[in-house]
Design a protein around this ligand. Structure first.
Ligand code: BGC
Length: 251
């Protein structure tokens, strides 16, 4: 059984576990620490170190980040401390983890990679788009199983607004929208993404995917693509991070 460590940095928690890459599942129960506030690079790195050392891990580590990541450098920080912009996160985390090899990638891309191999996107060809609804809206775009990284479709403009400000689950909570009102916004958003990309499949991820029956039937009207909830739910980021770290370790 091949194992690699995966860490998911989120707005409320930093979660991680060794991942069984044959099964695409956690090899041990995950460990979580609260995300520090402000979530500065140094403070978050402390959290990552706590999670990794909880398991006495020494091997490759994959880490998700809720923003654009190119070559291990975090480029945007829509929902985390702005101090993350242009930080060499790979070097920072590897340095704090006694030189362990670290791979950093966008959180939705990580979830997408896991879903395409072990979840709702398994075996699917053509254009597949995973959208995660949470504090923001994350996206992962695949064409014949290959990821187009850092797509950032949550920041498409809809009626003059950043889409995630209107259709994320945070917007639902902040504006106290009922399922129907929120689903209308999600529907408009999906129709817009469909107009631009014509995917065959939308995978809806994020915590809200657990409540798919409450809103998915309402967002599908008039959308040609198939729309399904994510299968791996909470652990997709951790699993995808570990998969990305394996890929970097074998290049
Ligand atoms: C960020 C994305 C991220 C998404 C979900 C957005 O605000 O720009 O990079 O994937 O939130 O965390």
């Amino acid at each position: 059984m091949q194992q690699i460590f995966g860490v998911d940095i989120g707005g409320s928690g930093i979660k991680g576990a060794p991942v069984d890459l044959d099964r695409g599942d956690l090899a041990r129960e995950r460990y979580k620490v609260l995300t520090p506030h402000p979530a500065t690079p140094e403070a978050v790195a402390d959290g990552v170190v706590q999670v990794v050392s909880h398991f006495g891990w020494s091997g490759p580590v994959g880490v998700t980040f809720p923003g654009v990541v190119t070559e291990g450098v975090t480029r945007t920080a829509a929902n985390v401390d702005k101090a993350w912009v242009d930080v060499d996160a790979r070097a920072l985390l590897s340095g704090r983890l006694a030189g362990l090899p670290v791979t950093v990638l966008n959180d939705a891309d990580a979830a997408g990679v896991a879903e395409m191999t072990f979840g709702a996107g398994r075996g699917r060809t053509g254009t597949v788009i995973l959208l995660t609804f949470g504090t923001g809206i994350g996206s992962a775009v695949f064409t014949d199983g290959r990821l187009v990284a850092n797509s950032e479709l949550g920041h498409l403009e809809l009626h003059g607004h950043d889409a995630e400000k209107k259709a994320s689950t945070k917007a639902k909570e902040d504006e106290e929208l009922n399922w129907e009102k929120w689903a209308k916004r999600v529907h408009k958003y999906l129709a817009h993404v469909e107009m631009l990309f014509s995917p065959e499949l939308f995978i809806i991820g994020g915590g809200v995917s657990r409540k798919a029956d409450k809103f998915l039937p309402m967002v599908a009207d008039g959308i040609r693509a198939e729309i399904v909830p994510a299968a791996l739910q909470n652990n997709a980021g951790i699993v995808g991070a570990a998969m990305a770290a394996r890929r970097s370790a074998t290049i």
